[in-house]
Design a protein around this ligand. Structure first.
Ligand code: PEP
Ligand code: MG
Length: 540
């Protein structure tokens, strides 16, 4: 068979060959319509659809994580409310066909609730429910519909965090037409060890059933390719059983914590708490938070656990936290800026974390995302210190805070660099824009220079420094970070082993040489190839 190569940006180190499954775009619902006069038949259709959607919700609740299950259960209860069914039957009597009748009845219900802030979040759920039932009646697909069995490489424009939560075990590879190396699809695929190629514009042409090789190390998809065509990852020769700096794991759920504990990770360098709440339309209570954080902290790999307070906004909307409508959300109210309107929630997270820290007996560090000024860092530090016994830190994700690190002496105990956002803001390049993937490459000389400056400034200020962005999941780049003087890196859990072997193959001085080679590069390709050449020389 002739092979055709599509280039993109690889995520992961393992290649996979499987059949293409193109994810369907959600189809629009038909416009409101009247039925032909058979009310009984319409009523039977409606009853069948309600029953089927109710079973779908039960299955979704079982599959969903602990926090999302509640939502599906609440939706199921609304759906089975007989007064709503009666209201739909009244619409059937008025001549509307089953789907339209249900949507109309739900809309009247939603309007009754609108204006009452307590029910604000329920309204979106009610409309979503109406859509699910109408789609079932009309045999319309509302989106992913992923296969449950077999092995497939799924292909789509890009996947939202809520989409990735629906990945089944049949998804063995992922290709996105859009999205960059730091998009959430990339982050989730790395953490679930699913080989992916993102930002692959040629994938538009892929057809269902075609066999493809997803070759992340080669940054490509090969149509008709086999395992033998996969590009080999660089192999490191261990000098020591211990890496030159500790390698922690990034997590976002209980499942991640359990899986990270099975790796050689020394603790957790980034617990993304917002990932617990991406589909939560109601705010979790303090008790609920204490319960989930305690379970997660208890399951984490041994070592310190760095927990990030909620990083909602921009590409990570959290339904129960209302955000202002903004022209440019990536430059808007996100991360720690939520303290303006949602201070109580951040404080409740810190209180719940303190209770979970005591209950689990673990060492907990807390940090705030998207801090742009030393003033914000001080504000977070005082909230965190008032709430509990934590090491307190901030993420370095904006260029502005790099210039204020010296002012953080005595304010924070540590900093952790989020290179995904730091690249986005340093290069003014939207991390979701597929055309700008090259700017978000960690080997960009300006990012390397900026990371070096951060390492130097934090050393001078006596502040512990780590890196938890995706760049810390690239084994060779992790060596560069160790060479700059970072105290630890935190990698996606699937990369912990590879990053540890890279960091166990060099001494501190050698890591420094690899960094010096990389920083002399004039572009990202040259920086990477100089670093790899140096690593090759060291391995001899
Ligand atoms: C980062 O920006 O590098 C980071 C770790 O945070 P997130 O990817 O969750 O925005
Ligand atoms: Mg970030």
């Amino acid at each position: 068979m002739t092979q055709q190569v599509l280039s993109g940006l690889g995520v992961g180190l393992e290649a996979v060959t499987a059949e293409v499954f193109r994810v369907r775009q959600a189809e629009p619902l038909p416009i409101p319509a009247k039925h032909s006069g058979d009310v009984a038949a319409e009523q039977a259709k409606l009853r069948k659809a309600v029953d089927e959607v109710s079973s779908e919700l039960e299955i979704l609740a079982e599959k969903a994580g602990e926090t999302s299950a509640e939502i599906f259960e609440a939706l199921g209860m609304i759906l089975l409310d007989e007064s709503l069914f009666d209201a739909s039957v009244a619409q059937l009597d008025d001549g509307w066909e089953a789907g339209t009748a249900f949507v109309n009845a739900m809309e009247t219900f939603a309007e009754l609730l609108s204006g009452d802030p307590t029910f604000e979040e329920r309204i979106a759920d009610i409309r979503d429910l109406a859509k699910r039932v109408a789609a079932n009646i009309h045999g319309i697909s509302l989106g992913l519909d992923l296969p449950e069995t077999g092995k497939f490489v799924i292909v789509g424009e890009d996947f939202s965090p809520a989409d990735t939560a629906q990945f089944t075990s049949a998804v063995v590879g992922v290709i996105t037409i859009q999205g960059g190396p730091t998009s959430h699809t990339a982050i989730i695929c790395r953490s679930k060890s699913i080989p992916a190629v993102v930002s692959c514009s040629g994938a538009k042409e892929l057809k269902d059933g075609q066999m493809v090789l997803v070759d992340p190390v080669g940054d490509r998809v090969v149509i008709g390719g086999t395992a033998a065509d996969a590009t080999k990852a660089i192999s490191f020769v261990a000098k020591s059983t211990e890496p030159v700096i500790p390698v922690r794991s990034n997590i976002g759920s209980l499942e991640d914590a359990v899986a990270a504990a099975a790796t050689a990770a020394e603790g957790v360098g980034l617990f993304r708490t917002e990932l617990l709440y991406l589909s939560a339309s109601t705010e979790p209570t303090l008790e609920r938070q204490i319960q989930s954080y305690t379970e997660i902290l208890t399951a984490c790999p041994e070592g310190p656990i760095v927990v990030r307070t909620i990083d909602a906004g921009s590409d990570k909307p959290v339904p129960f936290l209302k955000m202002p409508d903004e022209e440019n959300p990536a430059l808007g109210v996100r991360g720690f800026r939520l303290v303006r309107d949602h201070r109580d929630f951040i404080v409740s997270q810190l209180e719940a974390l303190e209770a979970a820290r005591k209950a689990s007996g673990r060492e907990v560090w807390v940090m705030a995302p998207m801090v742009a000024t030393a003033g914000e860092a001080k504000e977070f530090a005082s909230l965190a210190k008032a709430a509990g016994q934590f090491k307190v830190g901030i993420m370095v994700e904006t260029p502005s805070i790099v210039y204020e690190i010296s002012k953080l002496k005595g304010v924070v105990d540590f900093i952790s660099v989020g290179t995904n956002d730091l690249s986005q803001y340093l290069f003014a390049s939207d991390r979701m824009n597929p055309n700008l993937g090259a700017m978000l490459n960690p080997w960009q000389p300006a990012l390397i220079a900026s990371l070096n400056q951060i390492a130097i400034e934090s050393k001078k200020a006596g502040i512990y420094s780590g890196v938890c962005g995706e760049s810390g999941s690239d084994p060779a780049f992790a060596v560069v970070l160790a060479g700059m003087g970072y105290d630890s890196v935190s990698s996606s859990r699937s990369q912990v082993g590879a990053v540890r072997s890279a960091l166990s193959s060099v001494t501190h001085d050698e890591a420094r040489e690899v960094f010096e080679a990389a920083i002399s590069g004039h572009d990202s390709d040259e920086a990477k190839s100089l670093a790899l050449t140096k690593l090759g020389e060291i391995a001899k």
